[in-house]
Write a protein that binds this ligand. Structure first.
Ligand SMILES: C[S@@+](CC[C@H](N)C(=O)[O-])C[C@H]1O[C@@H](n2cnc3c(N)ncnc32)[C@H](O)[C@@H]1O
Length: 195
């Protein structure tokens, strides 16, 4: 499989003409995740956005929670220059500090199995609260995503594979939210998936 180049053309193709997610939609998602963190009494004072691309999560926090510290990273030199992120590869970079909320939206399915495993280990070290993850699985790529709008040049892995890797460090709360096992948060049985 050819490696996707995260260059100017990539961001024009997937974020300008017919975006999969608009800034407004990501704002709604950020608000929902932030609200869940408040509901769980896990206040968000620091955010790490890994593979931040256009930086919509960072922008929502800057506009709506200006006191929150946001650290956004990406592997793309183009994205880092244009959208102001720190140049980091999550398969090899392990942050020195921890964050209340870690976001990894639409990134893991670009990585090899070994890369995604390393990335998840690094996300787990970075996260002291909630991890938000979106990564389409084999089922999603076959049955759910809009193949005309989505980058299909990605790795296809089962939901079971992701659950096994993420479950070592997190409890799945649903809707993309994973609670770090470092946190003592007693979710009711029906508020989480079977552990
Ligand atoms: C589909 S875009 C998602 C961008 C953004 N998170 C969003 O949801 O709008 C995938 C992003 O992941 C970044 N990426 C891919 N591999 C990465 C890696 N190993 N480390 C950090 N970022 C990576 C790409 O450069 C690209 O910006």
């Amino acid at each position: 499989m050819a490696r996707t180049l995260f260059d100017e053309d990539y961001y024009r193709r997937f974020y300008s003409d017919k975006p999969v997610h608009t800034k407004r939609k990501i704002g709604q998602l950020a608000q929902a995740v932030d609200s869940f963190c408040q509901w769980w009494d896990l206040p968000v004072r620091s955010v790490l956005d890994v593979g931040a691309g256009p930086g919509y999560w960072r922008d929502w926090y800057k506009e709506n929670r200006p006191r929150v510290t946001v650290h956004s990273t990406d592997i793309s030199e183009h994205a880092c220059k244009k959208f102001r992120h720190e140049l980091r590869d999550i398969t090899t970079w392990r942050p020195e500090r921890t964050y209340d909320l870690v976001i990894c939206h639409g990134v893991l399915h670009y990585l090899t199995d070994a890369g995604a495993q390393k990335a998840i280990e690094n996300l787990a070290v970075a996260c002291r609260g909630i991890l938000y993850v979106e990564a389409p699985t084999s089922h999603d790529l076959e049955h759910v995503v809009d193949k005309r709008a989505t980058d299909m040049n990605v790795r296809s892995r089962s939901g079971q594979w992701y659950r096994r890797q993420l479950g070592k460090h997190f409890v799945q709360a649903g809707a993309g939210m994973w609670v770090s096992r470092k946190v003592s948060l007693a979710l009711y049985e029906l508020e989480r998936t079977k552990d």
